[in-house]
Ligand binder design. Structure first.
Ligand code: ATP
Ligand code: MG
Length: 418
């Protein structure tokens, strides 16, 4: 992509109405546009990051047997009344509207009711199970607060997966496989070292714990107590003597941290299927409720947490795995031989499947370098009069302080190995 074609522009001033660093940097660098508090549009660079995160999540969900689908945002009131989650007193984040005929509808803040009800069309016998389905869906939630930038949106992208199994034992196997898959996701996006499986209350449906995935972050809205050696944590909300005993840790061994919840998984047992009428016939002809599990990852929150963790005073420092492009190619002159050399390098990198943001704009060098740092692509290459004459261009990693002079072949080698 040529920077001269990119319609977004960077901005120098920090947006005055944003307190969260993730939103400040993403707006300044042109990744997102703020529509209103908690509601953001994803611009070309931002969309690429989302798509890369989704691709990683998709690979890991497919690897444990997930099938992707997409449900609807508009939901039926009757469905949510069945499980007593329609009233605003029960669920305080609903956005609701009406059809022309006056019928009420809700905007999906979650989808387990809808998918579970739909599954009545496809699940009747033990032979139809297990089923694992997931989607990337824009969730709408009328959140009370929205001061965390894209980490808490009123409109945000979630990956939610649902498991349907015949019994608790099979459910547990998949539940554990999901924990492992989630940890692989967090590892791959660069948050592995800071993300902990955290026990939280299991909700009204089960006496078991639910599990959250919490990334240590000053920008997070949660407090967790972490057992560093065992690598497990407990949410402050669930810190009772009884719960500590159940997970086998002592309070003195725990340290308190601010954290951001990047994922959350639940076991519903057969309760929700019973409410919604999703039953199957087992090998003995007996009718039983299908066992349900629900598994969420906040895709846009994850992007926000990544920005919070990986930035410096100059801008964002994207991990390789989710960066919108690999290389920021700076051309420092309009002289014909420099243009030719930079164009050739751009073509060459593209052929090697290395994605490039080619700064071919008519801008000062200082502006181009500042934008390169703000946008935060992992690799920067400078092509100038000097580098063309020397036959070696300037290469620097976003995190490095000094640049290296490398030939085109050396640059390719470096990047292909990266
Ligand atoms: P929180 O306690 O932060 O409100 P939640 O318990 O409501 O989260 P879930 O309903 O379990 O979250 O949603 C699954 C995941 O979706 C969360 O772990 C989080 O990563 C993400 N998420 C939830 N609410 C938001 C939001 N308002 N904006 C962005 N991501 C969100
Ligand atoms: Mg919430």
């Amino acid at each position: 992509m040529r920077a001269s074609h990119l319609f977004t522009k960077t901005q120098k001033q920090v947006p005055a109405d944003e307190t969260a660093k993730n939103a400040q940097l993403l707006i300044q660098a042109g990744f997102i546009h703020k529509e209103m508090a908690g509601v953001y549009a994803y611009l070309p660079l931002g969309l690429r990051v989302i798509e890369r995160i989704k691709a990683i999540v998709r690979e890991e969900m497919d690897a444990i047997g997930g099938q992707e689908l997409i449900m609807t945002a508009l939901q039926r009131k009757e469905l949510w009344q069945t499980t007593d989650r329609w009233d605003d007193e029960k669920v305080d984040v609903w956005f609701k509207s009406q059809l022309k005929n006056g019928a009420e509808v809700g905007f999906g803040w979650s989808h387990e009711e809808q998918i579970t009800s739909m599954m009545k069309n496809y699940i009747a016998s033990y032979r139809d199970l297990p089923v694992y389905v997931y989607q990337f869906q824009t969730k709408l939630r009328n959140e009370l607060r929205s001061k965390s930038g894209i980490m808490r949106g009123r409109e945000f992208v979630m990956k939610d997966m649902y498991s349907y199994t015949t019994d608790e034992e099979k459910h547990q196997v998949f539940y554990d496989a999901t924990i492992a898959a989630y940890m692989r996701v967090f590892q791959r996006v660069g948050l592995g070292d800071d993300t902990y499986v955290t026990v939280a209350s299991g909700g009204p449906f089960t006496d078991k714990f639910s599990h959250e995935f919490q990334t240590l972050s000053e920008a997070g809205e949660d407090i967790i107590y972490l057992h560093k050696d065992k690598g497990i944590a407990i949410n402050e909300e669930d810190l009772t003597d009884e719960n500590l005993k159940r997970i086998g840790v002592e309070k003195v061994d725990l340290t308190k941290h601010k954290a951001a919840e990047v994922g959350n998984i639940f076991s519903f047992g057969g309760s929700k299927s019973e409410e919604l009428g999703l039953f199957f016939t087992d090998e003995n002809g007996q009718e039983k409720p299908v066992i349900l599990g629900s598994y969420g990852i906040g895709i846009t929150r994850l992007m926000g947490v990544i920005v919070e963790q990986f930035c410096d005073e100059k801008g964002i420092v994207w991990p390789e795995s989710v960066a919108p492009m690999d290389v920021y190619l700076v051309r420092l002159s309009d002289e014909e031989k420099v243009v030719r050399a930079a164009d050739e390098l751009y073509e060459r990198l593209t052929q090697e499947n290395i994605s490039v943001l080619y700064d071919d704009r008519d801008e000062r060098a200082g502006k181009k370098f500042a934008d390169a740092d703000l946008i935060g692509l992992p690799h920067r290459i400078v092509v100038s009069n000097k580098t063309v004459s020397a036959g070696k261009h300037e290469y620097r990693h976003r995190t490095a302080t000094a640049a290296n002079q490398l030939s085109v072949e050396e640059i390719i080698k470096q990047l292909v190995e990266a």
